[in-house]
Design a protein around this ligand. Structure first.
Ligand code: XMP
Length: 326
Protein backbone atom coordinates (compact mmCIF):
# COMPACT_ATOMS: atom_id res chain seq x y z
CA UNK A 1 0.00 0.00 0.00
CA UNK A 2 0.98 3.67 -0.28
CA UNK A 3 1.42 3.89 3.46
CA UNK A 4 3.81 1.00 3.83
CA UNK A 5 5.84 1.98 0.78
CA UNK A 6 6.34 5.48 2.16
CA UNK A 7 7.29 4.07 5.56
CA UNK A 8 9.82 1.83 3.82
CA UNK A 9 11.31 4.64 1.72
CA UNK A 10 11.54 6.86 4.75
CA UNK A 11 13.26 4.26 6.92
CA UNK A 12 15.60 3.12 4.17
CA UNK A 13 16.82 6.69 3.70
CA UNK A 14 17.28 7.22 7.45
CA UNK A 15 19.14 3.96 7.95
CA UNK A 16 21.47 4.63 5.01
CA UNK A 17 22.27 8.06 6.30
CA UNK A 18 22.97 6.90 9.85
CA UNK A 19 24.88 3.74 9.05
CA UNK A 20 27.00 4.89 6.13
CA UNK A 21 29.31 2.03 5.30
CA UNK A 22 29.42 0.55 8.81
CA UNK A 23 28.54 -3.07 9.57
CA UNK A 24 25.35 -4.06 11.34
CA UNK A 25 24.16 -7.12 13.24
CA UNK A 26 20.61 -8.32 13.95
CA UNK A 27 19.21 -11.21 15.97
CA UNK A 28 16.24 -13.07 14.50
CA UNK A 29 13.74 -14.81 16.76
CA UNK A 30 11.43 -16.33 14.17
CA UNK A 31 8.87 -13.65 14.94
CA UNK A 32 7.51 -10.90 12.75
CA UNK A 33 9.15 -7.89 14.44
CA UNK A 34 12.76 -8.95 14.16
CA UNK A 35 12.15 -10.28 10.64
CA UNK A 36 10.64 -7.03 9.38
CA UNK A 37 13.28 -4.93 11.12
CA UNK A 38 16.03 -7.02 9.51
CA UNK A 39 14.40 -6.90 6.08
CA UNK A 40 14.12 -3.11 6.25
CA UNK A 41 17.75 -2.70 7.24
CA UNK A 42 18.79 -5.16 4.55
CA UNK A 43 16.89 -3.15 1.95
CA UNK A 44 18.85 -0.10 3.07
CA UNK A 45 22.37 -1.50 3.38
CA UNK A 46 22.38 -5.01 1.87
CA UNK A 47 25.33 -7.18 2.87
CA UNK A 48 26.55 -4.76 5.50
CA UNK A 49 23.94 -6.56 7.61
CA UNK A 50 24.56 -9.95 9.20
CA UNK A 51 21.67 -11.71 10.97
CA UNK A 52 22.07 -14.23 13.78
CA UNK A 53 19.46 -16.86 14.50
CA UNK A 54 19.85 -18.88 17.68
CA UNK A 55 17.86 -22.08 17.24
CA UNK A 56 17.11 -23.09 20.83
CA UNK A 57 15.18 -26.16 19.75
CA UNK A 58 11.96 -24.84 21.30
CA UNK A 59 10.24 -23.40 18.24
CA UNK A 60 7.17 -24.87 16.64
CA UNK A 61 6.96 -27.18 13.64
CA UNK A 62 8.36 -25.58 10.50
CA UNK A 63 9.53 -22.37 12.13
CA UNK A 64 13.25 -23.01 11.91
CA UNK A 65 12.96 -23.78 8.20
CA UNK A 66 10.85 -20.68 7.78
CA UNK A 67 13.73 -18.54 9.02
CA UNK A 68 16.61 -20.50 7.49
CA UNK A 69 15.05 -21.03 4.07
CA UNK A 70 11.90 -19.03 3.32
CA UNK A 71 13.04 -15.81 4.95
CA UNK A 72 16.54 -15.99 3.52
CA UNK A 73 15.16 -16.81 0.09
CA UNK A 74 12.71 -13.90 0.23
CA UNK A 75 15.29 -11.35 1.35
CA UNK A 76 18.76 -12.56 0.38
CA UNK A 77 19.91 -11.73 3.89
CA UNK A 78 23.26 -13.05 5.15
CA UNK A 79 22.31 -15.37 8.02
CA UNK A 80 24.36 -17.16 10.64
CA UNK A 81 22.35 -19.92 12.35
CA UNK A 82 23.51 -21.39 15.63
CA UNK A 83 22.00 -24.79 16.26
CA UNK A 84 22.00 -24.73 20.04
CA UNK A 85 19.17 -27.14 20.72
CA UNK A 86 21.33 -29.82 22.39
CA UNK A 87 22.83 -27.21 24.61
CA UNK A 88 19.46 -25.78 25.67
CA UNK A 89 17.93 -29.20 26.22
CA UNK A 90 20.75 -30.38 28.45
CA UNK A 91 20.59 -27.18 30.48
CA UNK A 92 16.87 -27.75 30.95
CA UNK A 93 17.18 -31.39 31.93
CA UNK A 94 15.18 -32.19 35.04
CA UNK A 95 13.76 -28.68 35.33
CA UNK A 96 9.99 -28.28 35.80
CA UNK A 97 9.68 -25.00 37.65
CA UNK A 98 8.43 -22.30 35.22
CA UNK A 99 10.61 -19.44 36.45
CA UNK A 100 13.70 -21.63 36.39
CA UNK A 101 12.96 -22.65 32.83
CA UNK A 102 12.65 -18.99 31.83
CA UNK A 103 15.84 -18.03 33.63
CA UNK A 104 17.90 -20.83 32.12
CA UNK A 105 16.62 -20.13 28.62
CA UNK A 106 17.08 -16.36 28.90
CA UNK A 107 20.62 -16.70 30.18
CA UNK A 108 21.63 -19.34 27.66
CA UNK A 109 20.12 -17.33 24.87
CA UNK A 110 22.10 -14.20 25.58
CA UNK A 111 25.36 -16.16 26.03
CA UNK A 112 24.81 -18.01 22.74
CA UNK A 113 24.04 -14.77 20.96
CA UNK A 114 27.11 -13.18 22.56
CA UNK A 115 29.36 -15.97 21.34
CA UNK A 116 28.05 -15.80 17.78
CA UNK A 117 28.35 -12.02 17.82
CA UNK A 118 31.96 -12.17 19.01
CA UNK A 119 32.79 -14.41 16.12
CA UNK A 120 31.13 -12.09 13.62
CA UNK A 121 32.90 -9.10 15.16
CA UNK A 122 36.23 -10.93 14.87
CA UNK A 123 35.61 -11.92 11.26
CA UNK A 124 34.70 -8.35 10.39
CA UNK A 125 37.86 -7.11 12.14
CA UNK A 126 39.93 -9.48 9.99
CA UNK A 127 38.58 -7.64 6.98
CA UNK A 128 39.22 -4.28 8.57
CA UNK A 129 35.55 -3.64 9.26
CA UNK A 130 33.74 -2.91 12.47
CA UNK A 131 30.27 -3.91 13.65
CA UNK A 132 28.83 -0.67 14.98
CA UNK A 133 25.10 -1.24 15.13
CA UNK A 134 22.59 -3.71 16.44
CA UNK A 135 19.07 -3.86 15.00
CA UNK A 136 16.13 -4.35 17.34
CA UNK A 137 12.50 -4.85 16.42
CA UNK A 138 11.10 -2.54 19.07
CA UNK A 139 7.57 -1.37 18.27
CA UNK A 140 5.82 1.84 19.29
CA UNK A 141 3.81 0.19 22.09
CA UNK A 142 7.08 -1.15 23.58
CA UNK A 143 8.54 2.36 23.48
CA UNK A 144 5.53 3.82 25.25
CA UNK A 145 5.43 1.02 27.79
CA UNK A 146 9.06 1.54 28.76
CA UNK A 147 8.57 5.29 29.00
CA UNK A 148 10.80 5.90 26.04
CA UNK A 149 9.21 9.16 24.89
CA UNK A 150 7.36 9.95 21.70
CA UNK A 151 9.10 7.46 19.46
CA UNK A 152 10.41 10.20 17.19
CA UNK A 153 13.98 8.98 17.28
CA UNK A 154 14.60 5.94 15.14
CA UNK A 155 18.17 5.53 16.09
CA UNK A 156 19.29 5.65 19.66
CA UNK A 157 22.91 5.91 20.60
CA UNK A 158 24.80 3.53 22.83
CA UNK A 159 21.85 2.13 24.57
CA UNK A 160 22.81 -0.78 26.78
CA UNK A 161 21.60 -4.04 25.42
CA UNK A 162 20.38 -6.14 28.29
CA UNK A 163 22.71 -9.00 29.09
CA UNK A 164 25.47 -8.20 26.59
CA UNK A 165 28.80 -7.33 28.20
CA UNK A 166 30.22 -3.79 28.02
CA UNK A 167 32.75 -4.60 25.32
CA UNK A 168 29.92 -5.72 23.05
CA UNK A 169 27.68 -2.70 23.22
CA UNK A 170 26.44 -1.32 19.94
CA UNK A 171 24.39 1.65 18.88
CA UNK A 172 20.83 0.56 18.32
CA UNK A 173 18.85 0.80 15.13
CA UNK A 174 15.12 0.47 15.81
CA UNK A 175 13.38 0.98 12.47
CA UNK A 176 9.95 -0.07 13.82
CA UNK A 177 10.01 2.35 16.73
CA UNK A 178 7.15 4.47 15.42
CA UNK A 179 4.99 1.61 14.16
CA UNK A 180 2.09 -0.43 15.45
CA UNK A 181 1.77 -4.16 14.82
CA UNK A 182 -0.60 -3.81 11.87
CA UNK A 183 1.81 -1.40 10.19
CA UNK A 184 4.69 -3.78 10.80
CA UNK A 185 2.68 -6.53 9.10
CA UNK A 186 1.89 -4.24 6.15
CA UNK A 187 5.58 -3.37 5.79
CA UNK A 188 6.54 -7.06 5.99
CA UNK A 189 4.04 -7.92 3.29
CA UNK A 190 5.28 -5.07 1.10
CA UNK A 191 8.84 -6.36 1.55
CA UNK A 192 7.74 -9.78 0.34
CA UNK A 193 8.30 -11.72 3.56
CA UNK A 194 6.70 -15.18 3.89
CA UNK A 195 3.04 -14.80 4.82
CA UNK A 196 3.26 -17.25 7.71
CA UNK A 197 5.94 -15.13 9.26
CA UNK A 198 4.15 -11.85 8.71
CA UNK A 199 0.96 -13.20 10.30
CA UNK A 200 2.63 -15.21 13.05
CA UNK A 201 0.75 -14.86 16.31
CA UNK A 202 2.51 -13.85 19.52
CA UNK A 203 4.80 -16.62 20.72
CA UNK A 204 6.85 -16.51 23.92
CA UNK A 205 10.63 -16.26 23.81
CA UNK A 206 11.08 -19.45 25.89
CA UNK A 207 8.97 -21.18 23.26
CA UNK A 208 7.50 -24.62 23.78
CA UNK A 209 9.46 -25.02 27.01
CA UNK A 210 6.77 -23.13 28.90
CA UNK A 211 4.01 -25.08 27.17
CA UNK A 212 5.15 -28.40 28.58
CA UNK A 213 3.96 -28.51 32.18
CA UNK A 214 6.68 -30.67 33.66
CA UNK A 215 10.18 -31.56 32.50
CA UNK A 216 11.17 -30.94 28.91
CA UNK A 217 12.34 -33.90 26.89
CA UNK A 218 12.86 -34.42 23.19
CA UNK A 219 9.93 -36.86 23.07
CA UNK A 220 7.56 -34.47 24.79
CA UNK A 221 8.65 -31.65 22.50
CA UNK A 222 7.94 -33.82 19.47
CA UNK A 223 4.43 -34.63 20.71
CA UNK A 224 3.62 -31.02 21.53
CA UNK A 225 5.04 -29.81 18.23
CA UNK A 226 2.76 -32.16 16.33
CA UNK A 227 -0.37 -31.31 18.37
CA UNK A 228 0.35 -27.60 18.02
CA UNK A 229 0.79 -27.92 14.25
CA UNK A 230 -2.58 -29.66 13.98
CA UNK A 231 -4.35 -26.98 16.02
CA UNK A 232 -2.76 -24.20 13.99
CA UNK A 233 -3.61 -25.88 10.72
CA UNK A 234 -7.28 -26.41 11.62
CA UNK A 235 -7.72 -22.89 13.04
CA UNK A 236 -6.26 -21.53 9.87
CA UNK A 237 -8.42 -23.81 7.66
CA UNK A 238 -11.44 -22.45 9.54
CA UNK A 239 -10.27 -18.91 8.80
CA UNK A 240 -9.90 -18.14 12.50
CA UNK A 241 -6.16 -17.63 12.84
CA UNK A 242 -6.31 -13.89 12.27
CA UNK A 243 -9.29 -13.40 14.65
CA UNK A 244 -7.81 -15.33 17.52
CA UNK A 245 -5.06 -13.46 19.34
CA UNK A 246 -3.13 -16.66 19.91
CA UNK A 247 -3.80 -20.26 20.84
CA UNK A 248 -1.23 -21.80 23.12
CA UNK A 249 -1.31 -25.60 22.94
CA UNK A 250 -0.12 -27.05 26.22
CA UNK A 251 1.08 -30.55 27.12
CA UNK A 252 0.29 -31.65 30.68
CA UNK A 253 3.16 -34.06 30.59
CA UNK A 254 2.96 -35.36 34.15
CA UNK A 255 -0.79 -35.89 34.11
CA UNK A 256 -2.08 -39.24 32.95
CA UNK A 257 -5.61 -40.34 32.39
CA UNK A 258 -7.19 -43.54 31.20
CA UNK A 259 -8.42 -43.82 27.66
CA UNK A 260 -9.30 -46.37 25.06
CA UNK A 261 -7.80 -46.20 21.61
CA UNK A 262 -8.48 -49.00 19.17
CA UNK A 263 -9.06 -52.01 21.43
CA UNK A 264 -6.53 -50.95 23.94
CA UNK A 265 -6.63 -49.24 27.26
CA UNK A 266 -4.26 -46.30 27.22
CA UNK A 267 -2.77 -44.17 29.90
CA UNK A 268 -1.79 -40.97 28.13
CA UNK A 269 -1.36 -37.26 28.70
CA UNK A 270 -3.86 -34.49 27.95
CA UNK A 271 -3.37 -31.60 25.56
CA UNK A 272 -4.92 -28.27 26.50
CA UNK A 273 -6.17 -25.82 23.86
CA UNK A 274 -5.98 -22.23 25.04
CA UNK A 275 -7.46 -20.00 22.30
CA UNK A 276 -7.80 -16.40 23.49
CA UNK A 277 -8.99 -13.11 22.13
CA UNK A 278 -7.22 -9.98 23.27
CA UNK A 279 -6.18 -6.46 22.29
CA UNK A 280 -2.82 -6.27 23.99
CA UNK A 281 -2.30 -9.50 26.01
CA UNK A 282 -2.76 -7.57 29.28
CA UNK A 283 -6.26 -8.95 29.54
CA UNK A 284 -7.83 -11.71 27.49
CA UNK A 285 -11.01 -13.69 27.08
CA UNK A 286 -11.22 -17.31 26.00
CA UNK A 287 -12.29 -17.53 22.36
CA UNK A 288 -15.59 -19.09 21.47
CA UNK A 289 -14.17 -21.35 18.78
CA UNK A 290 -17.00 -23.18 16.94
CA UNK A 291 -17.60 -26.72 18.24
CA UNK A 292 -17.01 -28.33 14.86
CA UNK A 293 -13.54 -26.79 14.67
CA UNK A 294 -12.73 -27.95 18.20
CA UNK A 295 -14.04 -31.42 17.34
CA UNK A 296 -11.81 -31.62 14.27
CA UNK A 297 -8.75 -30.56 16.25
CA UNK A 298 -9.51 -33.03 19.03
CA UNK A 299 -10.07 -35.96 16.66
CA UNK A 300 -6.94 -35.25 14.71
CA UNK A 301 -4.72 -34.81 17.76
CA UNK A 302 -5.86 -38.06 19.38
CA UNK A 303 -5.58 -39.90 16.06
CA UNK A 304 -2.22 -38.51 15.02
CA UNK A 305 -0.44 -38.20 18.38
CA UNK A 306 -0.38 -41.65 19.96
CA UNK A 307 0.70 -40.31 23.35
CA UNK A 308 -2.37 -38.08 23.66
CA UNK A 309 -5.70 -39.60 24.69
CA UNK A 310 -7.57 -36.49 25.80
CA UNK A 311 -7.98 -32.93 24.55
CA UNK A 312 -9.35 -30.26 26.88
CA UNK A 313 -10.37 -26.64 26.40
CA UNK A 314 -9.25 -23.84 28.71
CA UNK A 315 -12.27 -21.57 29.36
CA UNK A 316 -10.61 -19.10 31.74
CA UNK A 317 -10.17 -15.40 31.05
CA UNK A 318 -7.12 -13.33 32.00
CA UNK A 319 -7.29 -12.42 34.81
CA UNK A 320 -7.47 -14.65 36.77
CA UNK A 321 -5.42 -16.98 34.54
CA UNK A 322 -2.52 -15.83 32.38
CA UNK A 323 -2.53 -16.65 28.68
CA UNK A 324 0.36 -19.10 28.96
CA UNK A 325 0.24 -21.89 31.53
CA UNK A 326 3.71 -21.15 32.86
P1 XMP B 1 0.78 -14.21 29.86
O1 XMP B 1 0.96 -15.69 29.92
O2 XMP B 1 1.62 -13.49 30.86
O3 XMP B 1 1.30 -13.76 28.43
O4 XMP B 1 -0.68 -13.80 29.95
C1 XMP B 1 1.09 -12.48 27.87
C2 XMP B 1 1.68 -12.48 26.47
O5 XMP B 1 3.09 -12.54 26.52
C3 XMP B 1 3.57 -13.71 25.88
N1 XMP B 1 4.67 -14.21 26.70
C4 XMP B 1 5.97 -14.01 26.43
N2 XMP B 1 6.57 -13.41 25.40
N3 XMP B 1 8.67 -13.92 26.33
C5 XMP B 1 7.91 -13.37 25.35
O6 XMP B 1 8.49 -12.83 24.41
C6 XMP B 1 8.14 -14.54 27.40
O7 XMP B 1 8.84 -15.02 28.28
C7 XMP B 1 6.70 -14.60 27.44
N4 XMP B 1 5.82 -15.11 28.33
C8 XMP B 1 4.59 -14.87 27.84
C9 XMP B 1 2.39 -14.65 25.82
O8 XMP B 1 2.49 -15.57 24.73
C10 XMP B 1 1.25 -13.68 25.64
O9 XMP B 1 1.13 -13.24 24.29
Amino acid sequence: SWDSSSIIEDQVAKIREEVGDAQVICGLSGGVDSAVAAALVHKAIGDQLTCVFVDHGLLRKGEVEQVKHDFVEATGIKLVTVDASDDFLSALEGVSEPERKRKIIGEKFIRTFEKATRQIVAEAADKGAEIKYLVQGTLYPDVVESGGGDGAANIKSHHNVGGLPDDLQFSLIEPLRTLFKDEVRAVGTELGLPEEMVWRQPFPGPGLAIRIVGEITRERLAVLREADAIAREELSNAGLDRDIWQCPVVLLADVHSVGVQGDERTYGSPIVLRPVSSEDAMTADWSRVPYDVLAKISTRITNECREINRVVLDVTSKPPATIEWE
